[in-house]
Design a protein around this ligand. Structure first.
Ligand code: GLU
Length: 281
């Protein structure tokens, strides 16, 4: 199988040094393996994604010396594929509609009998308020969630995956899935668009990604992706979670951190090689 990897930014802010590291590392690994490097625009968050940020991604990556195969997959144009995957999970009885707001979830999860709310990869673990609701009764304004306890019963055995990056692999356990991850969102309440966990799994498979190269911050979400791959009958790629680029105070860079935006370095006269040096490549 040809080594195939991707860089999958969301156009919700300027690319910063952390993105540059991720994209350059994925590109270099593909070159070294004589493989393929793809770019995917993860713009399912339609409220925060903008055409200007998307254009800036193309400009910055080109400037860095990267090239990728065309056409670029834009998730906002791929809703049918996510709907099909969602319908398949729903037919298996694994999806329920949920009308809870963030506030509802926080309040239910911190009710006195619950103790301190537990946090998972997506924030507070869903306390199960709407889990009794049926998929058939969903409304336009509901989010759609995976019933993780039901999903676990559909697995023949606990799945695993290969990690080649900096994050030690933890075996996936039923306890972890049920109590430390829980009923993750598959489609959003606000827009009805597929949520990250579903779209990333569908697209990695559709694009034939053999090796996912991404930041260590996404390692905790990987068990969710692997479970969805097994449920949907999709292959599990190899995961390479890389170290994170931090600022001088040790904090992980965020989209808001304009000071470390690639565009800022460009404007100040830095070269692509300067960027490589700055991120330790
Ligand atoms: N779109 C995600 C981000 O910008 C990356 C998803 C991934 O690489 O799996 O953080």
């Amino acid at each position: 199988m040809t080594f195939t990897t991707r860089f999958a930014p969301s156009p919700t802010g300027p690319l910063h040094l952390g993105h540059a590291y991720s994209a350059l590392l994925a590109f270099d690994l593909a070159q070294k393996a004589g493989g393929r490097f793809l770019l995917r625009i993860e713009d399912t968050d339609t409220a925060r994604s903008t055409p200007a940020f998307e254009q800036q991604i193309y400009d910055d990556l080109q400037w860095l010396g990267l090239s990728w195969e065309e056409p670029v997959l834009r998730q906002s144009q791929n809703a049918n594929a996510y709907d099909a995957a969602l319908a398949r999970l729903a037919q298996m009885g694994l999806v329920f509609p949920c009308a809870c707001t963030r506030g509802d979830i926080r309040r239910a999860a911190s009710a006195p009998q619950e103790g301190a709310p537990l946090h998972g990869p997506d924030g507070v673990i869903y306390p199960g308020t709407c889990r009794h609701r049926r998929w058939q009764d969903r409304t336009e304004t509901d989010a759609l969630r995976l019933d993780m306890a039901a999903a676990v019963t559909r697995l023949d055995r606990m799945p695993d995956y290969v990690e080649t990056g900096v994050v030690p692999t933890q075996p996936i356990t039923e306890h972890h899935l049920r109590t430390e991850i829980g009923d993750v969102v598959l489609a959003r309440r606000d827009t009805g668009m597929a949520a990250y966990h579903l779209s990333v799994v569908v697209d990695d498979a559709a694009q034939g990604i053999t090796d996912v190269v991404r930041g260590a911050d996404l390692a905790p979400a990987t068990p969710i992706h692997v479970v969805l791959q097994v449920l949907l009958g999709l292959p599990t790629p190899i995961y390479h979670h890389h170290r994170l680029i931090r600022d001088d105070t040790g904090k992980r860079l965020a989209k808001r951190d304009d000071a470390r935006a690639i565009a800022t370095y460009r404007a100040e006269g830095a070269s692509p090689d300067d960027i490589r040096r700055l991120v330790g490549l």
